[in-house]
Design a protein around this ligand. Structure first.
Ligand code: FES
Length: 156
């Protein structure tokens, strides 16, 4: 697989800011995940390794170390529930349970119909409006069990 030209152009620009090309790897993996189906496939890892002149196993080592990179394809919708301190203190455990109940997905799993992936994430910088989750890149804050039902129930 070849990286899309659009990404190659972005990576060229990105890497021009670093003394070493490979310093752009993490940003490049983020862009690949955004552009190439929401996960880092083995083919993507190989293509990225080729671009950065690294071994695929080195790219795998980085991608698999950070929990923000998905190693399997996500569902149609991704619910990322913050479980850091402010959200925890304001009810994140119950919110997470409710998210799993409404979506039919387990934590770090995908529902059997492929509609939802549920994951936990660290602080998203929305502590003052905790608890919160990110649904497909959009924050939902000051969540209640009722609002979770309303937000996600409308997508099921
Ligand atoms: S702790 Fe959840 S947004 Fe900061």
């Amino acid at each position: 697989m070849a990286l899309p030209e659009k990404l190659v152009t972005e990576f060229d620009e990105l890497c021009s800011h670093y003394p070493e090309r490979r310093s752009g790897l993490i940003m490049a993996l983020h862009r690949c995940q955004e552009e190439l189906g929401g996960w880092i496939s083995p083919e993507t890892m190989e293509a990225v390794a080729g671009y950065f002149e690294m071994e695929p196993v080195e790219v795998y080592g980085v991608a698999s170390f950070y929990p923000m990179f998905r190693m399997t394809p996500p569902g149609e919708h991704v619910v990322s529930v913050c479980h850091n301190i402010a959200c925890e203190l304001r009810g994140a455990p119950d919110i997470l349970k409710k998210v799993c109940e409404v979506t039919g997905a387990s934590v770090h799993g995908t529902s059997s119909d492929g509609k939802f992936t549920v994951e936990t994430v660290e602080c998203q910088g929305a502590c003052t409006t905790a608890p919160m989750f990110d649904l497909d890149g959009v924050y939902h804050e000051e969540l209640t069990l009722e609002s979770v039902e309303k937000i996600l129930g409308g997508l099921s």
